[in-house]
Design a protein around this ligand. Structure first.
Ligand SMILES: Nc1nc2c(ncn2[C@@H]2O[C@H](COP(=O)(O)OP(=O)(O)O)[C@@H](O)[C@H]2O)c(=O)[nH]1
Ligand SMILES: [Mg+2]
Length: 353
């Protein structure tokens, strides 16, 4: 499953946001470094259209898309080294404290989200830099003896130089060969990053905060404002109450839906749906995935024996009152194996094995 790592300085609200997104109650405390072991949880992706489709088709089960979240230990100077090695996340969710509640002690990085963003960018670039410098030294020697290594050595040298200037690797363009050469080092600054400003409960100036953070981070990084504390409380309510509370508080669809959608977008993922009496289900694939390959996500037989896909946008299926109606009304298209699955497609795969 897709995974996001929560990154940030002590006490900024990482665990609170983790709880809000996963509905788990991890231990939070108003003192730093309460999270010593990474915790893992799964955020269910709230998806009202999928729920409506399931109701129309009388599916016995609904399977939402998910996002694995890793609540990483707080960032201290030098603490990032080796963090990515092993089970690195697909993306970073960088959390910035943007509230100054007196109940929560202020750490050395303060409550100014822009300062924290600057400092986090430096920490991440620095930890990658040290790794690339070491690799660079070794590769320079090896490439002198083995010309085949030269392109890789040059890429690592160039990366080390830019990291030394504080530039995250994701801001530069790398070929597939270069990215592969970096892979075993798992550089954090190459990962897509979504920034979350953890704002006060009563904050009316969220747009301003978002704008300020946006100025401080790479232009391609999405920025969101979330009140983690409220969201944690809402996550504790019955599912049936949540939508109403969100509406009452003017929080729209709520943070879990917003965060997960932003993460999917940042990773270039699209969601498609399958539905029958047994199960209504959301699936995610990289944008540009062909129908046959997407079918393989559901079952390898469907990929092997793929004949065609019947496709209609989920909103259209719901508007017409279900799949059978959509089909008799001519809203269902027949697509071949190379059809690029679009976000929101309902797909029925015809196959034979
Ligand atoms: N007032 C207020 N307190 C918060 C907010 N987010 C987190 N906190 C509190 O800040 C403290 C530290 O939060 P925690 O999630 O443990 O921070 P972490 O160290 O980044 O994991 C806890 O007491 C939280 O209840 C918020 O949006 N507003
Ligand atoms: Mg924590």
């Amino acid at each position: 499953m897709t995974s996001a790592g929560l990154l940030g300085f002590p006490n900024v609200g990482k665990t609170t946001l983790f709880n809000a997104l996963t509905g788990l109650e991890a231990f939070t405390a108003p003192h730093p470094y309460t999270t010593t072991q990474p915790k893992i949880g799964t955020a269910k992706v709230p998806d009202r259209v999928l729920d409506r489709l399931a109701a129309l088709e009388k599916s016995r089960k609904v399977t939402h898309a998910g996002l694995d979240l890793v609540d990483l230990p707080a960032v201290r100077s030098g603490s990032l080294r080796g963090l990515g090695a092993g089970r690195e996340p697909d993306l970073l969710l960088a959390v910035l404290r943007a509230h100054d509640s007196e109940a929560v002690p202020v750490g050395e990085h303060g409550t100014d989200p822009v300062g924290q963003a600057d400092d986090l960018l430096v920490e991440v670039a620095l930890s990658d830099f040290e790794m690339f410098e070491r690799r660079n030294e070794r590769l320079t020697k090896e490439a002198a003896a083995d010309p085949h290594l030269r392109p890789v050595a040059e890429a690592v040298a160039r990366a080390a130089e830019r990291l030394g200037e504080g530039i995250p690797l994701r801001q530069l363009t790398w070929s597939d060969i270069e990215t592969r050469a970096f892979r075993d080092m798992a550089p954090l600054s190459l990962l897509p990053c979504v920034w979350v400003a953890n704002v006060a409960e009563d904050d009316g100036g969220n747009d301003k905060v978002v704008g300020q953070v946006r100025e401080a981070v790479p232009t391609t990084d999405p920025v969101l404002a979330v009140s983690a504390l409220i969201e944690e409380e809402v996550a504790g309510l019955e599912a049936s109450e949540r939508a109403e509370v969100y509406e009452g508080l003017g929080l729209g669809e709520g943070a879990p839906a917003r965060v997960v959608r932003t993460v999917y977008e940042a990773l270039g993922l699209v969601t498609f749906y399958t539905v029958n009496r047994r199960d209504a289900r959301a699936w995610t694939v990289p944008a540009g995935t062909g129908a046959r390959e997407a079918a393989g996500r559901i079952h390898s037989d469907m990929e092997r024996g793929f004949i065609r896909a019947e496709v209609a946008p989920i909103q259209e299926v719901i508007r017409l009152g279900g799949w059978a109606n959509a089909r008799s009304d001519g809203a269902v298209r027949v697509e071949g194996r190379d059809y690029e699955v679009r976000d929101g497609d309902v797909m029925m795969v015809r196959f034979s094995v």
